[in-house]
Design a protein around this ligand. Structure first.
Ligand code: CA
Length: 649
C-alpha cells in the first residue's frame, strides 16, 4: 500500500500557479482565530488567541492508500456555519455541556483529482478539526497510512508532556498504558525518554502568552488512538500506533469506510489555565452511541483491598472485611481484584455478592482483557477478549447482581484494541453493567459515546506508591499535574486517598507516605472519576483523625461544575467543584515552602460559614468552621505536601 502513495506523490503537481488567499475563521467571541491556507499546495494552519500566536504555522493533511492529501492540493471552496452543543452529561467535570463554535469546512482536490475536506470547529477556547473524505467513485474504503498533521509552537514554549512507552515492555509486556512520568517546564527539543514521542493530552506553556492543551476525541472502535512525535523540524507531528503494539496484532494504520472521517483533533487555548481545566471539547462534538439500560450504575464509591493488602487479600475472609468497610463508609461496592477465580472461585464469588448485598453494598469484579497480546497470568484471563465467553460471563455477573467490572491490561492504541474497548462496553451495556478500564489508553470522549463507561486509569496511578518509594517522594509533584493535564480530558481512575502512613497491610512496613492526611482527602475531590475506588483500609481508617473519616463518608464523586481557581502544574493546584448546592474547593501543594494564598472564590457567599478541612506540619487534620468575610480574598496557608478542602453551606 505504501507503494501506491509513493507513486501518487511522484505525480503530484507543484501548485505554483495560484497564490491562494488565506482563510480566517474567528470564534464566536473573537478570542480565537484560525488561519488556514495552501502553501505551495500544502495545507497549513495557525492559531491566535487573544491576539497572541499560540500555534505557529503547522502542516495538515494525510496520506491514504488511495491518495496523497499532503501536497499538490487545489482549494475548491469553503463553507461556514455555526455549531452549538448544549446537553446534559453525567460522569464528567460538568453536568451540562455548553459549547459554541463557528465552523469552517474547506474542500480540496489532490493532484489525482480526489476530494478531501477539513472541518473546523472554532470556539473561544477550543479548536477541533478533522479530515473528511467522500466515497471516491468505486472506492468505498481507505487506509490512512499517516498524517502530516502537526503542531508548532513559539520558541519560548515549554512542555508538560509524558513519553509514549516502548511497545511490549513492562509488567508481562503490557505497555504502552499511559503510565509514564511527565516533563516539567522542559524545552520542546528535549528528546523523549523512549524516542517514541509523547501521548495525549499534552500541555504546552507558551511563555507569557498562554497555554495550549492538545488531545483528540471521538475515537471509538472504528479508529486508532494517536500520539505526538518527538520534536523535529520545529514541531510535533501526529503519529499512529507503533506496529509492535498489541504483540503486533492488528494494523498500525487505521482503515475507514467512505464517506468517512478521522477523529477530532483538539486544541484548547487559554491566557491562563482556566480554559484547560474547564474545557468540554472532549464531549461537545459527539453523540452517544447507544442508551444505557435502566439501573446501570454510573457513579459510586468503593473499597479496594488489592491496593494496600495486595494479591494475598484476594480471599473470601479479606474480601468480607473490605465489604464491611464499604458498608461502614456508606460506599456502593468492594472491588474484588485479580486472582479471584483461583482463590475465591465462582461459588465463593456468588456467596460474597450475597454477603455484600445483605450489607447494602455490592461487589465489583476484576478481569484481564487478555487475550493474545501480553503475558498476563493473573486470572481470570481470556474471558473479555471474545464475545462468546464475554457475554456468558456478563450474564453470570448480571445474575448475581454485579453492577461494575474492571478490565485490565490492554494492548496499546491500535484500531483493533479500540474495537475491543467498544465491544466490552457494548456487551456490558446489554447487561446493565458499567466498565472501568485499567492498564489502558486515555478516554477520548468516551463518557459521551458510551453511557456505561465509568473510568480509565491511564496515569501513573496509586499502585506506584506501593511499588516504589520514588513515587511516594514524588506524589505531590505528580498530583499537582493531573488537574491541569490528564484529568482535563476525561475521567481518571486513580485509586487514591490513603490513610495508611506506610504503604503496606498493617501500616507497619513498605514505602512511607510523604503527604499529609489533608492532602489525601483533597485528592478525593481534585481527581475526578465517577467511580472512585479509594485506598482505605481498616487499619488506615483507625489511624487518622475522625474528621478525615467523616469527610470520606460524605465526599461525592459526581460534579455539576468544575472551576479553576489557582495553581501551576507541578507546584500547586486549587480547583472548585460543585455537587448540587455544595461547593468543594480543594487544594494541594508541591511547593518547597508554605504558600499564603488569597483565593478569589466567587461561589462562596459573603458572611457564610464554611467547613474547612485542613492540616499543617504539627497540626493534624481537623474540620473547623470558617466565616467568609470577603469571598474574593479567602486566605489559606497551604503547606508543602499538605492539602485542604473548603465545603460550602
Ligand atoms: Ca496500572
Amino acid at each position: 500500500m505504501k507503494k501506491v502513495s509513493i507513486l501518487i506523490s511522484v505525480f503530484a503537481l507543484p501548485a505554483l500557479y495560484m497564490p491562494v488567499a488565506a482563510k480566517q475563521m474567528s470564534s464566536p467571541g473573537g478570542h480565537t482565530v484560525v488561519t488556514t491556507e495552501l502553501r505551495d499546495g500544502k495545507p497549513v494552519y495557525s492559531i491566535t488567541h487573544n491576539g497572541k500566536t499560540l500555534v505557529k504555522e503547522s502542516p495538515l493533511g494525510f496520506i491514504a492508500n488511495i491518495g496523497d492529501f499532503t501536497s499538490g492540493l487545489v482549494h475548491e471552496k469553503d463553507s461556514t456555519g455555526t455549531f452549538t452543543a448544549d446537553f446534559k452529561q453525567d460522569r464528567i467535570k460538568h453536568s451540562n455541556v455548553s459549547f459554541k463554535a463557528n465552523t469552517l469546512t474547506s474542500y480540496y482536490r489532490n493532484a489525482d483529482s480526489k476530494s478531501m475536506a477539513i472541518e473546523w470547529l472554532v470556539g473561544d477556547n477550543d479548536v477541533a478539526f478533522r479530515y473528511v473524505m467522500p466515497r471516491q467513485g468505486d472506492t468505498g474504503s481507505a487506509i490512512i497510512e499517516r498524517e502530516a498533521t502537526g503542531y508548532s509552537f513559539p520558541k519560548s514554549t515549554t512542555t508538560f508532556i509524558t513519553p509514549q512507552s516502548e511497545p511490549m515492555i513492562g509488567w508481562k509486556r503490557t505497555k504502552p498504558s499511559y503510565e509514564e512520568d511527565y516533563s516539567n517546564d522542559a524545552p520542546m527539543d528535549t528528546p523523549s525518554l523512549f524516542g517514541r514521542g509523547y501521548t495525549f493530552p499534552a500541555l504546552f506553556h507558551v511563555g507569557d502568552d498562554g497555554w495550549v492543551l492538545l488531545s483528540e476525541t471521538g475515537v471509538d472502535g472504528s479508529y486508532c488512538g494517536s500520539r505526538l512525535s518527538d520534536f523535529k523540524d520545529g514541531g510535533y507531528t501526529l503519529e499512529y500506533p507503533m506496529p509492535e503494539e498489541n504483540n503486533g496484532n492488528g494494523s498500525a494504520s487505521p482503515g475507514i469506510a467512505l464517506p468517512g472521517a478521522t477523529p477530532w483533533r483538539t486544541i484548547t487555548l487559554g491566557s491562563t489555565l482556566k480554559p484547560i481545566v474547564e474545557t468540554v471539547i472532549p464531549w461537545a462534538p459527539l453523540q452517544p452511541l447507544y442508551e444505557a439500560k435502566e439501573g446501570t450504575s454510573t457513579s459510586g464509591r468503593g473499597t479496594w483491598s488489592w491496593i494496600l493488602w495486595q494479591d494475598p487479600s484476594i480471599n473470601f475472609e479479606d474480601q468480607k472485611t473490605f465489604i464491611d468497610l464499604a458498608a461502614e463508609m456508606g460506599y456502593n461496592h468492594a472491588l474484588v481484584d485479580n486472582w479471584w477465580d483461583t482463590n475465591i472461585g465462582r461459588e465463593g464469588m456468588e456467596q460474597l455478592a450475597r454477603y455484600a448485598q445483605s450489607k447494602g453494598v455490592n461487589i465489583a469484579v476484576w478481569y484481564s482483557s487478555s487475550g493474545w497480546w501480553n503475558d498476563i497470568v493473573q486470572g481470570p484471563t481470556g474471558l473479555m477478549s471474545r464475545p462468546i465467553a464475554r457475554k456468558k460471563e456478563l450474564k453470570w455477573l448480571h445474575d448475581m447482581g454485579v453492577k461494575t467490572i474492571k478490565v485490565d491490561f490492554f494492548g496499546g492504541d491500535k484500531q483493533e484494541t479500540m474495537r475491543l474497548y467498544e465491544d466490552i462496553l457494548s456487551d456490558a451495556a446489554d447487561y446493565g453493567i458499567s466498565v472501568i478500564f485499567h492498564g489502558c489508553t486515555i478516554p477520548r470522549g468516551w463518557e459521551r459515546l458510551y453511557p456505561n463507561y465509568v473510568g480509565s486509569e491511564a496515569v501513573l496511578a496509586s499502585e506506584n506508591l506501593i511499588f516504589g518509594q520514588k513515587y511516594c517522594d514524588e506524589e505531590a509533584f505528580n498530583a499537582t499535574l493531573h488537574p491541569f493535564i490528564r484529568n482535563t480530558i476525561g475521567c481518571m481512575e486513580y485509586g487514591g486517598t490513603f490513610f495508611n502512613k506506610r504503604m503496606r497491610k498493617g501500616n507497619d512496613g513498605g514505602n512511607t507516605r510523604k503527604t499529609s492526611d489533608g492532602f489525601q482527602i483533597a485528592t478525593a475531590v481534585l481527581f475526578q472519576n465517577p467511580v472512585q475506588n479509594f485506598a482505605l483500609t481498616p487499619e488506615g481508617v483507625e489511624a487518622v483523625p475522625a474528621d478525615a473519616v467523616s469527610f470520606m463518608k460524605m465526599v461525592p464523586t459526581t460534579w455539576d461544575e468544575t472551576v479553576y481557581i489557582d495553581g501551576y502544574p507541578g507546584k500547586y493546584a486549587v480547583i472548585a467543584r460543585r455537587n448540587g448546592s455544595h461547593w468543594y474547593i480543594t487544594g494541594i501543594s508541591n511547593a518547597d515552602k508554605a504558600l499564603d494564598l488569597k483565593l478569589d472564590l466567587p461561589m462562596l457567599t459573603k458572611g457564610s460559614t464554611v467547613d474547612l478541612y485542613s492540616d499543617a506540619p504539627g497540626k493534624e487534620l481537623k474540620m473547623e468552621k470558617m466565616k467568609i468575610k470577603d469571598p474574593s480574598k479567602v486566605k489559606i496557608t497551604l503547606h508543602p505536601a499538605h492539602g485542604f478542602v473548603i465545603m460550602s453551606e
